[in-house]
Design a protein around this ligand. Sequence first.
Ligand code: BEZ
Ligand code: FE
Length: 304
Amino acid sequence: MTPPVAPTTAADITQAVLRSFDQTPDPRTKQLLQAAVKHLHAFATEVNLTTNELIRLAEILTAAGKISDASRHEFLLMSDVMGLTMVVDYNTNLKPAGAFESSVLGPFYRADAPWIEMGGDICRQKDAGTPTFVSGRVLSTDGSPIPGAVLDIWQAADNGMYENTDASQAEFNCRGRLRAADDGSYQFWTTKPVPYPIPKDGPAGLILDGAQRHNMRAAHIHVIVEAPGYEKVISELFVAGDPYIDSDAVFGVKNSLVVQFVRHDSSEDATRYGRPGLFYTVTYDFVLVPGATRNEVKFSAGRA
Ligand code: BEZ
Ligand code: FE
């Protein structure tokens, strides 16, 4: 009997498909394609994926494409809620103990935020939220200050919306950049961030609803810290005690990024900080690792 030429099992198909990518000229592309084939086939076999489920998946991906535009990145949002974004973060941005850790960039970052003075306010509207004074130092892992390090900060206003998705807010409201002083110190005012919902009117929402998961992000201030000769860090600071700190919809929370927001409402503190009424203070040192930035991320949203 002549041996069969065509594959006769799912495993044979996998081998044939893997071989079909053997001549891929770019080694990284070849690695990505062959690993994708291997794991996708294993996934289909593990769950015994049916043809109808495969068609449904295609429909969901089509819907993700249709709802996406320059300011809506549904495939990234699906990656975020599936925890893929943070797995990539853990794998590629590992820092030594004590160094400032990374987290998700998110879809609302805008490059070129206005520069603010030391101690200035990144929120350009009085009703943005409860005032919060953030201060500390930018240091190297050996404890020396990093003069001139750049902090790029952005966050949602009190209504849970980023200015670029909310026509009622001033342009660049709650966004700003500043440089650390010669001793590495920095100070700025912002507002106490609030938890906010990520969009669930597309396939990412389908995933969340299907699993009866909520779509709330634990309250956070986004920050990128960079200085020449140091690894740039894209990250966020979270509010200790936030109701979603243990169930952030995109798994962005790391212990070292959870900070105390200290409440002040005495007249002495009002005089000391020059702010009447209720406000909060946060103290945080950003510790950077000497070296070149690996995997520079290039992304900036627009204003709708
Ligand atoms: C954000 O924090 O801005 C964000 C991150 C991931 C998905 C949606 C929003
Ligand atoms: Fe955010």
